[in-house]
Design a protein around this ligand. Structure first.
Ligand code: GRF
Length: 204
């Protein structure tokens, strides 16, 4: 039976699109049960709606405004997702750090995609950070990883798959960004298919 995915996004959703396309082409034995965005204007919501995938807009701001706070948000987000009965939660450009109030509900079932190699450049500016490190001659390549999210550390956890991405002397930040996104689209599908097939040989 196809695995049920809940995909969490905050923006463009090109990785969501890669999942939609891979499922359509039978390269990924899954169905997307729901796409959740914390931003109303996330283009990824349109991508989902175009192919009749249920969407949810679930913003943090009301929780901050009325004092309920981030942990209540995380607990309610988990509740929302449970209604869709997902096997895997895929953070594909999701810009919130999830606390244990969310993660405990989906132990070892939350995966994150990050545009850097394991242990390098955590945070939202990973591609730019790598580009600048290359210019300072500190690194020769960067990469992409897919990892499990066991706790509140940022962009860290058991690595399911990672792939190096070269940086060339003539690169602009835009060229490097495009190259990384191309690799992300492949690696996310590959890593998910491995998990769905029951591969649990990821590195701790
Ligand atoms: C990707 O680079 C992902 O690794 C990072 O956010 C970006 C999302 O891109 N966490 P998109 O919304 O899937 O196009």
């Amino acid at each position: 039976m196809a695995a049920r995915l809940a995909v969490l996004i905050s923006g463009n959703g090109s990785n969501l699109q890669a999942l939609i396309d891979a499922i359509r082409m039978h390269m990924l034995d899954a169905e997307i049960a729901v796409v959740v965005s914390n931003r109303k204007d996330a283009y990824g919501l349109e991508r989902a709606e175009k192919v009749n995938i249920p969407t949810e807009y679930f913003p943090l701001k009301p929780y901050l405004d009325d004092g309920r706070g981030r942990r209540a948000y995380d607990a309610d987000l988990a509740e929302l997702l449970l209604d869709y009965d997902p096997d895997w939660i895929v953070l594909a450009g999701w810009m919130h750090i999830l606390s244990s109030d969310f993660l405990d509900e989906f132990e070892y079932r939350v995966i994150n995609l990050h545009p850097a190699l394991p242990g390098q450049f955590p945070g939202a500016t990973a591609i730019q950070d790598a580009f600048e490190a290359f210019q300072r001659k500190e690194i020769k390549e960067t990469g992409v990883m897919v990892h499990l999210v066991p706790d509140e550390r940022v962009d860290a956890g058991p690595v399911i798959a990672s792939r190096a991405v070269p940086i060339y002397p003539k690169d602009t930040l835009e060229l490097l960004t495009n190259r990384i996104h191309g690799v992300e689209h492949q690696l996310l599908v590959h890593a998910l298919q491995r998990l769905i097939e029951g591969d649990d040989s990821w590195e701790e």
